[in-house]
Design a protein around this ligand. Sequence first.
Ligand code: FAD
Ligand code: MG
Length: 351
Amino acid sequence: MKKQLAALLLTILCALSLPGCGEAVPSGEARTVYAMDTVMNLTVYGENAASALEGAEKELHTLDEAVLSRTAEGSELAALNAAGGETVHYAADDALPALIQTALAISDAANGAFDPTLAPVLDAWGFTKDERRVPSADELSSLLSRTGRDKVTLTEDADGWTVTLLDGAQLDLGGIAKGYAADLLRAQLAAEGVASATLDLGGDVFVMGKKSDGSDWRVAVKDPADTDSYLGILTASDKFIVTSGVYERYFEENGVRYHHIIDPATGCPAESGLVSVTVVCENGAWADALSTACFVLGTDGALDLRASLAAQGTDFELILVTDDGRVRYTGGLAPIFTPNEESGYSYEALS
Ligand code: FAD
Ligand code: MG
């Protein structure tokens, strides 16, 4: 666990919002929270910073322990997974079914590349238990019969929600939960009158408002091959900047690296030619799930997904890092992304 914590701290240092050269760092209240097996750094500016941070930390622990954890005894998700196929009812204002609905919508949009039902497969690889191993092809094929979006039925009416997991399905929301948490914190901070903040939930970054000098935040996008270095700087305000990469959680066996982003079609770590995907958009849950989906889809599939969602009114931008050292970024980022020319990558702005 210590080693994991050190790796995560490194990740966060590289994802921190950076002041410009020679600028004074504006003062704010900062707090480090450990939740969802992740080190999170929150910085809030303005009069209500201290109480807003208090509330934010409480919200993160509640979400982790009482709602979204698969392993915490008594959490809502653990109870749903343990329901043995029985239909579970939820109140209309319950967060869990609303998040499951979002996860299913993104799964549909991404043709299943984002799949919230991969829990049994993730368990077989041991990613959530620190007991990592390579499952056999037979084991994976049997587990894949319990996965897929069609194994979840969800209804919503005026009385609330129902969710049923069919055929032994189990949900894992690790690919969307931190982005969703960032959405909730954003709303909570705004309700407390906060206008300026940076939230770094371990690779899921939200920059709220502007810096105290009125300029945009600067966020370093880390180099997947050297997390001490960075690929470039994004200049942004009121944006979620979320990265999924092969370097976050992985193990090595017989010289092969196995990472935690699973291709739902094979049950194995996705081999899409990408080593890192950063999504920039206006919604945290979508940014988080889309970064995972685009990683699985690879460059062409990710760009197709971006085009099809744009046609439906959901815009997002991408930074795609390929395993042969190229960084390709979509047109909307051209004015706000400054490549690090010393990184050794070749950069291409896509139209
Ligand atoms: P992302 O790329 O955003 O997502 C990858 C994660 O999504 C994987 O780790 C897996 O969980 C899931 N996933 C993989 N492939 C897909 C896919 N194709 N579609 C959809 N989802 C996919 N981990 C522990 O080891 N111990 C804990 O106690 C623990 N507690 C947690 C409690 C909560 C409430 C949550 C949400 C997560 C917890 N985790 C725990 C898991 C850990 O935080 C995840 O590894 C993390 O959420 C992954 O986020 P990421 O941004 O690194 O990766
Ligand atoms: Mg994600």
